[in-house]
Design a binder for this molecule. Structure first.
Ligand SMILES: Nc1nc2c(ncn2[C@@H]2O[C@H](COP(=O)(O)OP(=O)(O)OP(=O)(O)O)[C@@H](O)[C@H]2O)c(=O)[nH]1
Ligand SMILES: [Mg+2]
Length: 311
């Protein structure tokens, strides 16, 4: 897959407008027209960064860097401040995302992606959007609806599958999720599908039985395809802020996540949480959700993200 193909800079920019207003807009207000950046202004900037959920450690690092560069510069200009903040934010995202491989879709057939996360994070919508993205690139996609926990889950996923124009394998509410996982993968093998997307029930780390069910799904997948799943994406809701970091750590105990999908960035002014997530978890962000439409899932690219914030 040419992963950059599905990036729409405009969508990312629009989706980040709340965070941009709160973060960059406020910083601009604080520094505009100041001939010299004084301590009071730096404190103000620190407050602004903190208020968008960037996280204390990260903010301290940024402010230190700004101070150092202001000392070294002859001109204590507003441009210097913005340049340093932008470069520090980029570094954080790049450090956590250096290991993004091009998905080796051509090497594995079927390529299996398991989607996990807490209730309401946006798993099902992400599956619909991913299915749409992959199908648009010419892949033959099948969805396994392994959320048998909630009665409405099947219908919801079926609507998305129809929108994306892909096949779906479902089971009855209350059925063993692993049985649907099995059927979906078996069908994919028999009928020559390229990609299997597996939706799962929302599960909280406190629900041990649900977390253990995840392990079972992994075993089932392995029975049919020893190399799979190729990817396990944890879906996070950006509006939950700091708690997202905790969720990732809990899911790591029961699964082997390869990437993150951060949703609902359009609905929050605290999109800065993405920097903290990158600093804390060494798992690359693969996609970001910036809206509820089928084409609102964007491939995550650190540079594009920071550029969109500062645009
Ligand atoms: N604004 C916005 N809404 C989103 C985004 N992603 C998901 N949503 C909305 O979030 C709500 C929950 O999404 P689902 O996909 O059903 O979440 P889920 O993780 O499958 O939920 P459960 O199956 O109940 O655990 C829906 O109303 C989605 O439309 C996003 O990027 N932006
Ligand atoms: Mg769901």
């Amino acid at each position: 897959m040419s992963i950059l193909k599905s990036i729409s800079f405009t969508k990312i920019k629009d989706g980040l407008s709340k965070t941009r207003e709160k973060l960059i807009g406020k910083i601009n207000e604080a520094i505009t027209g100041k001939a010299k950046i004084d301590l009071e202004t730096l404190n103000e900037i620190e407050e602004i960064l903190l208020s968008s959920d960037i996280g204390l450690d990260t903010v301290e690092i940024i402010i230190d860097k700004v101070k150092t560069s202001l000392k070294n510069e002859n001109s204590r200009s507003e441009e210097t401040v913005k340049k340093v903040i932008k470069s520090e934010l980029s570094k954080i995202l790049e450090a956590a995302n250096t290991k993004i491989d091009q998905m080796s879709l051509s090497k594995f057939k079927p390529y299996v992606i398991l989607i996990i996360g807490v209730n309401g994070a946006g798993k099902t919508t992400s599956i619909g959007k991913l299915a749409y993205n992959f199908r648009s690139e010419g892949y033959k996609v099948i969805i396994g609806s392994a959320d048998t926990f909630r009665a409405a889950a099947n219908d919801q996923l079926e609507i998305w599958a129809r929108k994306a124009g892909v096949e779906i394998i479902q089971g009855k509410t209350g059925a063993d999720p692993s049985s649907i996982v099995y059927n979906a993968i078996k069908t994919a093998i028999d009928q020559n599908y390229d990609i299997v997307l597996l939706d799962t029930a929302g599960r909280l780390h406190t629900k041990i039985n649900l977390m253990q069910e995840l392990k079972k799904m992994h075993t089932t997948i392995n029975k049919l395809l020893p190399y799979a799943p190729n990817d396990v994406f944890i879906v996070l809701d950006a509006t939950t802020g700091q708690n997202a970091i905790y969720q990732v750590n809990e899911f790591k105990k029961y699964s082997t996540p390869t990437g993150l999908i951060i949703n609902k960035l359009d609905g929050t002014a605290k999109g800065g949480v993405i920097f903290q997530i990158c600093r804390e978890n060494k798992i690359p962000i693969r996609y970001i959700g910036v809206g509820e439409e089928i084409d609102d899932l964007q491939v995550f690219n650190p540079n594009e993200f920071v550029n969109a914030l500062f645009e």
